[in-house]
Design a protein around this ligand. Sequence first.
Ligand code: NAI
Length: 331
Amino acid sequence: MHKVTLVPGDGIGPEVAQAVQKVIAASGVEIDWEEVNAGAGVMDEYGTPLPEIVLDSIRKNKVALKGPITTPVGSGFRSVNVAIRKQLDLYVNLRPAKTFKGAPTKFENIDLVIFRENTEGLYSGVEHMVGEEAAESIKIITKKASARIVRAAFEYAQREGRKRVTAVHKANIMKLSDGLFLDTAREVAEDYPDIEFDDRIVDNMCMQLVQHPQEYDVLVLPNFYGDIVSDLSAGLIGGLGLTPGANIGDELAVFEAVHGSAPDIAGQNKANPMALLLSAVLMLRHLEEKEAADSIEAAIAAVLLEAEVLTADLGGQASTTEITEAIIEKL
Ligand code: NAI
């Protein structure tokens, strides 16, 4: 029995979280869910969208599954999601992008895994006006943060039998900051002689991903490029409804879909639960429940391939409940 924190979130969060709980229960993996919530829905009760009990629960259980969270305007947070990552030092943003046959995309056979640095770079929040007509954002790159994200990418590659890690940067222009990231990546790569290492300049990387994404394997990027390239990759495989994600630190891991709370369809039983379910598949692998992870992924693939029970974002008319039942049937 695993104990896992569940943060259902706002909007479609509770609907897709419930769907995921049902599928995991059907897979035979026993999870004791500790449910706590964050976001706009808890503002009245706690006076903050990120109550301390949420962070405490994740610190205690070490693993969490999180639905999308709406950050209320004027709550003192730029983003609750960013606050969770920072407060728990979840420095890896893991974003796999894998095509499923039958999913709405122009590509086949993409199997990318993106490691985005989650704590610094252009997201350090060091930004100010210089007089009234200029503004300055400071990008911070440290050797420590660069080394740990690159090491995480290589460790993953080694564990999962991946062949190649590509570092993505703009060191030709930002010679000091991106230069430090690239030099550090090269140093770390020397510890993994069995895995091929190369690098790409970010603009060229974007072009190549759109032309022949199948050629790439594991990518590792500083925060800002990682943000953009991981969404570009989500687009390549069929969009937000199929894209999982995780934020991982040395001891703690929070698994979440990358889509938002979709207020336009919230409460209507229309949301696609596959993204959060694929995040839960990553979670099951993290919990060493490989068999259940493989069979849930195969059940999702079968439902997509059959293309009979699909939610609206995938071009169908099925409800959240119907697609969840179809996945459980395939299991
Ligand atoms: P969104 O991802 O919520 O929605 C964009 C479009 O995609 C909408 O048309 C929505 O209906 C559709 N969509 C998203 N997820 C879907 C799913 N699972 N199934 C079917 N359709 C889906 O992005 P938006 O509208 O920009 O943001 C809404 C709220 O979510 C904002 O408050 C934002 O701050 C928050 N947000 C939270 C995130 C998180 O918790 N990780 C990430 C992104 C946004």
